[in-house]
Design a protein around this ligand. Structure first.
Ligand code: GLV
Ligand code: MN
Ligand code: MN
Length: 456
């Protein structure tokens, strides 16, 4: 089988427009799943309490911390209660399978992540893990029997916070994770800490593996379409369009692609009183100049689809009376047009070099990841569209500006995403919110779409 999503996506369009398969007649036989509006919102509140951020608002759940381990136990217990067959792989991806009547066929997958960046919200990712568990329960209650197995996934480390690289679990499953590069990435949680594999070992994973290469290999799913026949991720929109247009369901046609740069300026530091201005090589001033340039380079493309963010700036030694010796930066650049994104990335890097030279500081950089955008698969797009129509839910096709594990699942299976509205489009902040009604609608549409894909 060949990969579908290999071409550059066009914002707002789907190749489905030139040939979506029609709604499968089998969908008409699927009994209507009914989701209790209170169940998943209450579970999301329970999960949000498992957080590292006792001192601040919002949810913080970095991978392999105590709160992440407690969150994993919570997810496993919900999977078990739903009667799913649970397993975990060497990197801590969790799978819960509802075994279909033809268990040897490639399954239908649905999942997301529960790790959360510092001071973020309760819905990003978590909805896409708890939602399909509840979708399966609703389908069971309605008397539906899947032909293909339906498998719920919780991916390890979608967020890049701890090791700088996003989607670690799904990247490994798709065969797109370079073990040597993973080993080279520093742990920001434990200063001078070990590698990702060492953190995984401490968390009780990876213990059947000889080294990082073996760990990554053990998680790989293999050829396109052989493990999953299709994959569908439920997620909050993380933007305002659905709410503004009073729509219930967003049918994602393309997923924007991120690039991540970790870079550092290093000067010689010195005494903040004793060292006159003309004798300094201040690393922070170099980083500040680059930060302003990052904004300009994104704006200069003239497209709203190009976004660039300096989300991390660590200054050392970090004392008020010390001239900054080091300034480490993490820069996120995204676009739905990969070539345009790459041009911004290379301009940022050459500008960084120039700044280092003119300010007489040293400069190092690493492109931690630079992933291609993806187009969603027609059969998944049309399954979601048919589900939204059948439930009379207002819907539209749209692009995902955020990245998701689906970006990597699209490498190994026909993949799509289903968005629900979130308040004001807020995400990655404590006041992220999705209403019980929107959650119920999203899970019912997800259930119908998964059911129809399982019969295909
Ligand atoms: C996902 O968390 C993203 O940053 O898009
Ligand atoms: Mn996120
Ligand atoms: Mn997410």
């Amino acid at each position: 089988m060949t990969r579908f999503g290999s071409s550059e996506p066009v914002p707002g369009e789907c190749p489905a427009d030139v040939g979506c398969p029609p709604v499968t007649p089998s969908q008409l036989k699927i009994p209507t799943p009914v989701v209790d509006p209170a169940t998943v919102p209450a579970q999301l509140v329970d999960l949000a309490k498992l957080s590292d951020s006792e001192l601040s608002a919002g949810v913080t759940r970095l991978i392999f911390t105590d709160s992440d381990m407690a969150g994993r136990a919570y997810v496993r217990s919900l999977m078990e209660r739903a009667g799913l067959v649970v397993r975990e792989d060497a990197m801590g991806n969790i799978f819960g399978r509802w075994v279909g009547s033809q268990p040897d066929l490639p399954a239908v997958g649905s999942g997301s992540h529960i790790d959360a960046i510092p001071n973020s919200g309760a819905y990003d990712g978590t909805l896409g893990v708890l939602g399909p568990i509840e979708a399966i329960r609703a389908l069971r209650r309605a008397g539906f029997k899947p032909k293909r197995s339906i498998e719920v996934l919780m991916f390890t480390s979608e967020e890049p916070t701890r090791f700088g690289i996003s989607c670690v679990g799904s990247r490994a499953m798709a065969g797109k994770l370079d073990p040597k590069h993973l080993d080279s990435l520093a742990d920001i949680l434990v200063p001078d800490g070990g590698t990702f594999r060492q953190a995984a070992l401490k968390a009780g994973y990876a213990n059947t593996t000889a080294d990082t290469e073996d760990m990554v290999k053990q998680c790989s799913l293999g050829e396109y379409g052989t493990y999953y026949d299709s994959f569908l991720e439920l997620h909050i929109e993380q933007g305002p369009d659905l709410e503004d247009e009073e729509l219930s369901i967003g049918i994602v046609t393309a997923i924007a692609a991120p690039a991540a740069i970790r870079c550092a300026f290093t000067g010689d530091g010195g005494h903040a009183g004793g060292q006159v201005m003309s004798r300094r090589n201040d690393a922070l001033l170099a980083a500040a100049t680059l930060t302003i340039a990052v904004e300009k380079l994104a704006l200069d493309t003239g497209s709203n689809d190009t976004v660039a963010t300096v989300g991390v700036l660590r200054v050392g030694p970090g004392a008020i009376n010390s001239v900054p010796r080091t300034a480490e930066m993490e820069i996120d650049v995204r676009d739905v047009v990969g070539a345009r994104r790459d041009e911004v990335v290379s301009k940022i890097i050459s500008y960084g070099e120039q700044i280092a030279e003119s300010r007489n500081v040293r400069w190092s950089h690493d492109i931690v990841n630079s992933d291609p955008p993806e187009t969603c698969a027609p059969k998944v797009v049309s399954a979601v569209e048919a589900a939204a129509k059948r439930l009379n839910l207002g819907h539209k096709r749209m692009v995902s500006r955020a990245y998701h594990d689906s970006l990597f699942m699209a490498e190994v299976a026909p993949t799509g995403m289903l968005f629900i509205p979130c308040h004001e489009g807020y995400s990655h902040r404590p006041d992220e919110f999705a209403s019980a009604e929107d959650i119920k609608n999203g899970i019912e549409a997800l259930a119908l779409a998964l059911a129809s894909l399982s019969l295909a």
